[in-house]
Design a protein around this ligand. Structure first.
Ligand SMILES: NC(=O)c1ccc[n+]([C@@H]2O[C@H](COP(=O)([O-])OP(=O)(O)OC[C@H]3O[C@@H](n4cnc5c(N)ncnc54)[C@H](OP(=O)(O)O)[C@@H]3O)[C@@H](O)[C@H]2O)c1
Length: 339
């Protein structure tokens, strides 16, 4: 990848380390992005460079193309991109395994940081020149991208744009899945599969700061030690150890309350085995397959919940209209005397 991009891009593969954010994410930094463009609103004569893949496949298929700068809709802003995060999703897309959602840009890249170059007519909380980072449906591997204003965050002063580009995808995903769906509480125990991933390293830091105990699975000892330095309470080398057994050993014989899983396959049943009563399993990917063979009895017996972050398995009660307590009592009395 570096050999292809080095002509026009600078590839940064460092671990981004600040006191607050240490996501292990590679950042593609757009070199030479034209800071001097006098921008009003994009027109068809203004063009930009972007990363394209000729056809799905290997990294060698990536190349630099030129195309029109996207025009922001009324609710969108146009970002002049300084840096874009590289995520597993981009790799799936390059290989042909992830078609972008309908209406989204076909260009790769789901998170960026940069400066606001133009604002749509309905946008009032952003102005040209603001430092911004954003989560996108696509289009981030480009010199410009248009994104709904609601998906943007201001970049704090002490965060560089390269660091900020590594924030949206992992922090939004972790917050939505571990804290909102998984409802992790202070004092509970969390297991993250893939602890050294972008998602994992973010999850460790947030859950640790939240006051939870965190265990992770990793592919080697070096990654495990890195996770411990980030705040994990222990790790399992999934290539040499059984994670159900090892996590119980690390946790004084107890299972865990929340699991964030990106592996799937035979991990699904093992995750259920490890969950404590009322435990929550949040599934964000199925790297090892999504054909599951599992006993639903274990779900019921320990009142475990499984969440997929696109479709909850939980049934939500539907309340048509509330009825007064007195009406209910009257109905019972009526039924009692009738029957
Ligand atoms: N649903 C969503 O909203 C959403 C959002 C973001 C990401 N994701 C998904 O979350 C995953 C992580 O994304 P990322 O960008 O952070 O990826 P990444 O940095 O490339 O990490 C992938 C991770 O998967 C781990 N892994 C692979 N096989 C494993 C196994 N058998 N047991 C335990 N861990 C295993 C790897 O561990 P080792 O390196 O230690 O082997 C690695 O840490 C991806 O699958 C991505 O598609 C989903």
């Amino acid at each position: 990848m570096a050999s292809i991009l080095s002509k026009q891009f600078r590839l940064r593969s460092n671990i981004l380390a600040t006191k607050r954010f240490i996501p292990l994410v590679f950042c593609v930094v757009l070199r030479n992005f034209s800071q001097s463009i006098a921008f009003t609103l994009p027109n068809s004569e203004m063009s930009m460079r972007y990363v394209d893949y000729e056809k799905p496949g290997a990294i060698e298929n990536l190349s630099i193309k030129t195309g029109a700068i996207p025009e922001p809709k009324p609710s969108e802003i146009l970002i002049e991109v300084a840096a874009a995060g590289v995520n597993r999703l981009d790799i799936y897309q390059r290989k042909g395994g992830y078609p972008p959602p309908a209406g989204a840009s076909p260009i790769m890249g789901v998170e960026v940081a940069g400066t606001v170059a133009a604002v749509g007519a309905d946008v009032s909380n952003w102005k040209i020149g603001d430092r911004v980072c954003a989560l996108l449906a696509g289009g981030g591997y480009a010199e410009y991208c248009a994104v709904p204003a609601v998906q943007c965050l201001p970049v704090p002063k002490d965060l560089s744009l390269v660091e900020a580009a590594a924030v949206p995808e992992t922090f939004f995903t972790v917050w939505a899945n571990i804290f909102m769906r998984g409802r992790l509480q202070r004092g509970e125990t969390l297991l993250i599969h893939g602890g050294s991933s972008g998602i994992g390293t973010t999850g460790i830091q947030l859950a640790h700061a939240w006051g939870a105990k965190v265990f992770v699975t990793v592919g080697n000892e070096e990654k495990g030690e890195a996770c411990v330095r980030l705040g994990a309470d222990g790790y399992v080398n999934y290539k040499t150890q059984d994670f159900v057994q090892r996590v119980r050993e690390l946790n004084g014989g107890r299972g865990v309350d929340v699991i964030l899983d990106m592996v799937g396959g035979d991990y699904f049943a093992k995750n259920l085995e490890l969950l404590e009563t009322e435990g929550r399993l949040v599934q964000i990917a199925f790297q090892e397959g999504n054909d599951l063979n599992v006993s639903c009895r274990s779900l019921i017996m320990k009142r475990r919940r499984n969440f997929d972050n696109t479709a909850d398995f939980l049934l939500t009660p539907f309340v048509d209209s509330p009825i007064s307590f007195f009406v209910v009592v009257a109905l019972y009395l009526f039924l009692f005397y009738e029957l």
